[in-house]
Design a protein around this ligand. Structure first.
Ligand SMILES: Nc1ncnc2c1ncn2[C@@H]1O[C@H](COP(=O)(O)OP(=O)(O)O)[C@@H](O)[C@H]1O
Ligand SMILES: [Mg+2]
Length: 245
């Protein structure tokens, strides 16, 4: 089986509140397999936009209303994605982690496994969850990919994002070079996180290293470009980064 994470940056415009990039979403869904994978999506501007303004990363600080709004907004994005998946013949079931996971507790994979066994595609997403220390906090889709990888040991994990892959430095810096293949833990420098409260590519790379340490290859590729996800899924040549155990 596979675990595929679609970055919020590629299906939404992170600079505009709740702005969907519908063409990208449809192209990506078109390239997905029909069975035997778990789909995770980011929150993009359905989450990060208000989270940044109302400091949701710092926990509950008189901002309860915005936790509620963001929690609802990411469900809205999830619902749009489910609509498109079902339209494309992918029988999916949403498993929002705020309804069963708490920071610091073991991640419960039981339902994921049961739905997979019935040939449904479990879909989950970066979400707001209970945190025993701060009240609530944000759990990124990237972190969820790690929890699920630990249990399911997929053939590979694919991160679809808004740049071609992992670069040797921030791709916005002139001269940045795309890394085609690396081992986990190579030295890479990362640009500031921009509008991503869960830490952008730098945190993503930390998560990727965790997955690679489990012996699972991880691919990072650009979802703005047609065909790359498809090629990566079927192990044909693709433009992107392979992080190998
Ligand atoms: N060394 C690097 N390689 C690739 N991307 C980087 C690097 N440093 C910073 N970035 C930035 O990280 C962004 C991807 O992270 P993020 O916005 O969190 O994506 P996602 O929505 O997929 O989680 C890219 O748009 C890129 O500008
Ligand atoms: Mg991100």
């Amino acid at each position: 089986m596979l675990i595929i994470k679609i970055g919020g940056s590629v299906i939404t415009d992170k600079n505009q509140y709740k702005k969907l990039k519908i063409d990208n979403l449809e192209n990506i869904i078109n390239e997905l397999p029909k069975k035997d994978f778990i789909l995770i999506h980011g929150a993009g501007s359905f989450g990060h936009y208000l989270s940044e303004i109302h400091n949701l990363n710092g926990g509950i600080l008189n901002n309860e209303k915005y936790f509620s709004i963001v929690s609802k907004d990411v469900l809205e994005l999830n619902n749009i994605i489910l609509d498109k998946l079902i339209e494309n013949g992918i029988n999916s079931i949403s498993l929002p982690i705020h309804s069963f996971h708490i920071v610091g507790s073991e991640f419960n994979t039981n339902l994921f496994e049961k739905y997979l066994r019935l040939n449904f595609i479990p879909v989950t997403f970066g979400d707001i969850i209970l945190n025993p220390k701060t009240g609530l906090s944000i759990c990124s889709g990237d972190q969820i990919a790690f929890h699920l990888s630990k249990y399911f040991r997929p053939e590979k994990v694919i991160f679809v994002t808004d740049v071609d892959g992992i670069y040797d430095r921030d791709p916005r810096i002139e001269g940045a070079r795309l890394i085609e293949e690396i081992k986990g833990n190579d030295n890479i420098s990362f640009g500031k996180r921009g509008n991503d409260v869960t830490g952008g590519m730098e945190n993503k790379f930390r998560v990727i290293n965790g997955i690679v340490k489990l012996g699972i290859p991880v691919y990072v590729l650009n979802g703005n470009e047609k065909g790359r996800l498809f090629n990566a899924i079927y192990d044909k040549e693709f433009v992107g980064t392979k992080v190998m155990p």
